[in-house]
Design a protein around this ligand. Structure first.
Ligand SMILES: NC(=O)c1ccc[n+]([C@@H]2O[C@H](COP(=O)([O-])OP(=O)(O)OC[C@H]3O[C@@H](n4cnc5c(N)ncnc54)[C@H](OP(=O)(O)O)[C@@H]3O)[C@@H](O)[C@H]2O)c1
Length: 256
């Protein structure tokens, strides 16, 4: 698989966007299309996929195929995947599907907690394994996956969501090690709060709420340069290094 001289994104094949309708993925898709990449869009609603594809086809003046795939439809992962790769050569995957619920709701609802872990961890790992092994067989490509700064340290306000992202971050680190030398590059993306439907009702400081366009630029730049871990906005790398270094007795006192 060829690489452009100035980018680590393979020059042939389509980039699969899993969770196309996510506020962050939408901007990442637009940025890829601006750079002339071909995409295939994956999501659970055929209607929403068609709308996104129509918009990107106008922007990029090239066809954008779609694939209906519900991350919780575990019986059909192998089938959906086989259909996708039988029609499409992939150069990489950007994975954005995920959920966040208020901690209070999760504390009082075991089914909601199981649903969050199924989405953010269990089924995500099952599906990422399919893509990773496929790219490995193919001889290369990238997997860029949205985890979160919330996975870097346990906090009272989002301990359950944070635990799901901590698990995903650990899995991605292991996958990166497993894929070493195969040509498959695995990237962990750790955004702070981003203005998307997921953060409707965000009550933190406005200055910390990043715009999805800026986050998308960081992600695409990170994929291009082959970065293993992308914090976005970039200041979160330093902030989280400090927060991770705090003893638990002090970390507990950090507001939020
Ligand atoms: N926004 C933030 O502040 C922030 C910060 C750090 C990390 N993140 C992470 O970034 C990722 C994207 O976040 P976002 O803010 O862009 O989220 P968002 O706008 O709420 O989008 C969530 C995405 O997940 C998809 N999804 C939900 N259930 C699904 C299912 N069963 N099968 C397939 N797709 C499903 C949604 O599809 P539908 O349109 O069909 O519902 C949507 O595309 C998530 O993993 C999130 O945890 C977000």
């Amino acid at each position: 698989m060829g690489l452009n001289t100035n980018t680590r994104v393979p020059s042939s094949g389509r980039i699969a966007i899993f969770g196309t309708t996510s506020g962050i993925a939408r901007e990442v898709s637009r940025a890829f299309v601006r750079e002339g990449h071909d995409l295939v869009l994956i999501g659970r609603s055929a209607e929403a996929l068609r709308a996104e594809a129509a918009d990107l086809e106008v922007r990029g003046n090239r066809p954008v195929p779609v694939c209906v795939w519900d991350l919780l439809d575990r019986q059909h992962h192998a089938e959906r995947f086989a259909e996708l790769v039988s029609n499409t050569e992939l150069s990489g995957v950007f994975f954005a599907a995920g959920v966040l619920y208020p901690e209070k709701d999760l504390e009082n609802d075991g089914d909601l907690t199981r649903h969050l872990f199924d989405m953010n961890l269990t089924e995500t790992i099952v599906v990422l394994n399919l893509f990773a092994h496929h790219l490995q067989r193919q001889g290369g490509g990238f997997l860029s996956v949205l985890s979160s700064v919330a996975g870097d340290r346990g906090r009272a306000a989002n301990k359950t969501y944070g635990a799901s992202k901590a698990g995903l971050t650990a899995y991605l680190e292991g996958l990166r090690a497993a894929m070493q030398g195969t040509g498959v590059r695995v990237q962990t993306v750790k955004p702070g709060p981003v203005r998307t439907p997921m953060t409707d009702g965000y009550k933190g400081p406005a200055i910390l709420l990043a715009e999805p366009e800026a986050v998308a630029r960081d992600i695409v730049r990170g994929i291009r340069s082959g970065k293993a871990v992308v914090y976005t906005p970039g200041f979160w790398r330093l902030v989280m290094a400090i927060i991770r270094a705090l003893p638990e007795s002090l970390a507990r006192k950090v507001p939020g």
